[in-house]
Design a protein. Structure first.
Length: 267
């Protein structure tokens, strides 16, 4: 079915992604270490949104690489023999099809980092190429509760998930950030209890793991979503699956980054 949304038995929403050649329309610093970039293109009016934690892969080519035009999916594939981009994956925070706009939020790790540095320097008119979106996580209709866990890299996805949850669903969200200045205003129709964890000088993820390890899911059907550093995610999974007997299929726990690694990947 062309354009149809297919939802798996675990609640993932799936529509085929595609290559997008967009321009930066706006940039905004929403917290001291989080930038929101608004991308625009007429084709984004027809973007098939998968909602939830859907993400895209941003393409970063070496300076001086001259891309073929128009730069389509087919052209990008043929160009791999000439140059391969490095990829970074980011969540779609908002999609405004009526304006042909998409927002993505970037954690600012430093100007010397690939995507973070680009986001710090981004200005209206800059070109941005990305592929997506991926399937998006959503809560099954019969679910009565959700647990959302993450550090600042997961904050865009947690915000997007909260916005799509319906009234009557009980939600516990644990979000670790550096300090109070990194908190954001999050909106939802669900019955949500959001707890901000300020790590200060502690290692990233330590406080999140400590607090998540004291959680016990409520009775009834529900799901657990989480994203953070790889080892932190593994420990959280052990707590719920091995320690509490939560079915692995009722968890969606994803490593968004790995301590000591650059997260480089190629097409």
């Amino acid at each position: 079915m062309s354009g149809a949304t297919v939802r798996s038995r675990h609640g993932e929403s799936r529509r085929a992604g595609g290559l997008r050649v967009t321009r930066v329309r706006y940039t905004e610093r929403i917290t001291p270490h989080m930038a929101r970039i608004t991308f625009a293109d007429d084709e984004l009016a027809r973007l098939h949104s998968n909602g939830g934690d859907q993400h895209v892969a941003l393409y970063f080519y070496e300076p001086g690489v001259e891309l073929p035009r128009p730069f389509t999916t087919e052209a990008a594939r043929a160009f791999l023999s000439v140059a391969r981009p490095r990829l970074r994956r980011y969540t779609i925070r908002h999609h405004r099809p009526e304006l042909g706009e998409v927002d993505m939020d970037f954690v600012l790790h430093g100007a010397d980092q690939l995507a973070s540095g680009w986001a710090e320097r981004a200005a209206p008119g800059d070109e941005a190429i990305w592929f997506g979106p991926s399937p998006g996580w959503s809560l099954a209709p019969e679910a009565e509760w959700a647990v959302l866990l993450g550090d600042e890299t997961a904050l865009p996805a947690i915000g997007a998930i909260l916005e799509q949850l319906p009234p009557g669903v009980g939600v516990t969200a644990l979000i670790e950030v550096a300090d109070r200045a990194e908190e954001q205003r999050l909106t939802t129709l669900a019955d949500a209890r959001i707890e901000w964890l300020h790590r200060g000088r502690r290692p990233a993820g330590e406080l999140l793991l400590e607090r998540a390890s004291r959680l016990t899911p409520p009775p009834g059907p529900g799901r657990i979503w989480g994203a953070a550093e790889r080892d932190v995610v593994r420990a959280i999974r052990r707590h719920f699956v091995e320690g509490l007997g939560v079915a692995r299929s009722d968890t969606h726990l994803t490593p968004y980054w790995t301590r000591g690694e650059t997260q480089d990947s190629e097409v």
